[in-house]
Design a protein around this ligand. Structure first.
Ligand SMILES: NC(=O)c1ccc[n+]([C@@H]2O[C@H](COP(=O)([O-])OP(=O)(O)OC[C@H]3O[C@@H](n4cnc5c(N)ncnc54)[C@H](O)[C@@H]3O)[C@@H](O)[C@H]2O)c1
Length: 430
């Protein structure tokens, strides 16, 4: 097992993947290109998926359960991408088996579950990391660096908007069942709130929020708004709607800059596709299942277009997620905003662009930082305690909405800065 004391320098860690759904499909390219990890095994309940995996990855093992994978001596780290309601139990089994765990977001459904996962990692001397991959995006880390360096003055406010089609793309029963870590708050909020916490330093003091359901046919939260106050008097707001009306990519690309939403034939495409199958009760579950490994349907692109390729045909760094809505950080001497491939800084006396090398995104940053923590004892960003703090923010936003009150937070932890924007050893742990 690859604990730090036992690892030879440069040792490659063997990954077992549990749950070969859309999340795992999305992570596979990063696992494949990482020199620090090797895909060793997959586990799923679906034997067709396992057969496809075996044929695509000769020499790997397959399992029907997490227990069986956790008992295998040839695996160092288990990546858990099963439905959110199963995360706590699956993480416990893997951690008690002495494996490091990379858990999908949200790390759990309740704060008690998050505590149990953290305790299990500590008790077994292994590391627990949360796959908040967009928080490791070069654009996010660069804004964070401006906060730390102070070169643009103090960060005063941060605003993030996302208007997307999430609620009308094919969703699983889990995603549409209230109380199961479902709805857009629990599925997209973990990324958006995590990015904001990462940039603002982590120490969220309070939230006032509102969760909304506009469409009675899809009963979960489909939109939310939050006002956040951090230590050091930084304020932030998050807005997210999954109702497939406006597409906020246009606010990142520029209205005439080739955003997919600029094409009227693409407007509300997910809604139209769902409506066109209204008389077919099994269609949505089948379409959602076909986004799993080898199922043939791309999870982010209803019209069969790979999601990381934008209308211009240019792949954005980190895929499209971060580019799907504007994020503006206001410092005392500049506003910094996202573009498709980088950042624009509008400062007191000049304006400049920052671009990043392609071929490296938040997934790579998440994996590399996890490896350095295991192999070299580097500080671990987005560990279990950090994941719990983001989960506390989700719970608080929901509570604030239910009670129409501001909610104070108690379990917050500071951002662990990794400071890397590219594939070199550009300063992990610096
Ligand atoms: N990080 C991201 O960008 C991202 C993207 C999508 C989903 N997610 C998260 O990943 C998780 C999974 O989401 P998804 O959309 O891939 O779900 P999904 O339902 O499409 O896939 C889940 C997979 O887990 C398998 N599974 C279910 N129970 C199992 C068990 N007991 N043992 C082994 N395998 C089992 C299913 O057969 C299926 O293949 C969720 O927590 C979600 O929030 C993260």
């Amino acid at each position: 097992m690859g604990t730090r004391a036992e690892m030879a320098e440069g040792q490659v860690l063997r990954i077992g993947i549990v749950g070969m759904g859309g999340a795992a499909v999305n992570m596979l390219p990063a696992f494949k290109r990482s020199p620090q990890f090797r895909i060793a095994a997959a586990a799923d309940l679906d034997t067709d998926i396992l057969a496809r995996f075996s044929s695509d990855f000769p020499g790997t093992a397959t399992f029907r359960s997490v227990e069986a994978m956790a008992a295998c001596a040839d695996i160092d780290l288990i990546y858990i991408a099963t439905p959110s309601v199963l995360h706590a139990e699956h993480a416990r089994l893997a951690l008690e088996g002495g494996k490091h765990v990379l858990i999908e977001k949200p790390m759990a459904v309740t704060l008690d579950e998050a505590d149990a996962m953290i305790a299990a990692a500590d008790a077994n001397g292994v590391l627990l990391g949360v796959n908040v991959k967009h928080s490791f995006e070069p654009r996010v880390l660069k804004i964070r660096e401006f906060v730390r360096s102070g070169e643009l003055g103090k960060l005063r406010m941060l605003h993030s908007w996302r208007y997307v089609d999430w609620l009308y793309r094919p969703r699983t029963a889990e995603e549409l069942t209230p109380g199961w870590g479902s709805g857009i708050l629990w599925r997209q909020g973990p990324h958006q709130l995590d990015i904001v916490r990462t940039i603002c330093g982590g120490m969220l003091r309070s939230i006032r929020g509102s969760c909304q359901t506009f469409d009675p046919a899809r009963r979960v939260t489909g939109a939310y708004t939050g006002f956040l106050e951090f230590d050091d008097d930084i304020v932030a707001s998050v807005v997210c709607s999954g109702y497939d009306h406006f597409d906020s990519q246009s606010l990142v690309y520029g209205f005439d800059g080739g955003a997919p939403s600029g094409d009227p034939t693409r407007h509300a495409r997910a809604r139209r596709e769902l409506a066109s199958h209204a008389g077919e009760p099994g269609w949505e579950a089948e379409a959602a299942a076909s986004e799993r490994y080898g199922g043939g349907r791309d999870s982010g692109a209803p019209a069969g277009e790979p999601k990381s390729v934008q209308a211009s045909g240019v792949a954005a760094p980190g895929g499209g997620w971060l580019s799907s809505g504007p994020l503006i950080a206001s410092f005392e001497r500049a506003d910094v905003r996202l573009t498709r491939a980088g950042l624009v800084v509008d400062a007191d006396d000049r304006q400049w662009k920052i671009e990043f090398p392609r071929g490296w995104d938040g997934r790579d940053g998440r994996l590399a930082s996890f490896y350095h923590a295991i192999a070299n004892g580097a500080p671990m960003p987005a560990d279990g305690r950090w994941g719990k703090a983001t989960q506390e923010a989700l719970v608080a936003l929901q509570q604030s909405s239910d009670n129409h009150r501001e909610v104070a937070l108690k379990c917050q932890v500071q951002t662990v800065d990794v400071g890397s924007y590219g594939p070199g050893e550009a300063g992990f742990g610096r």
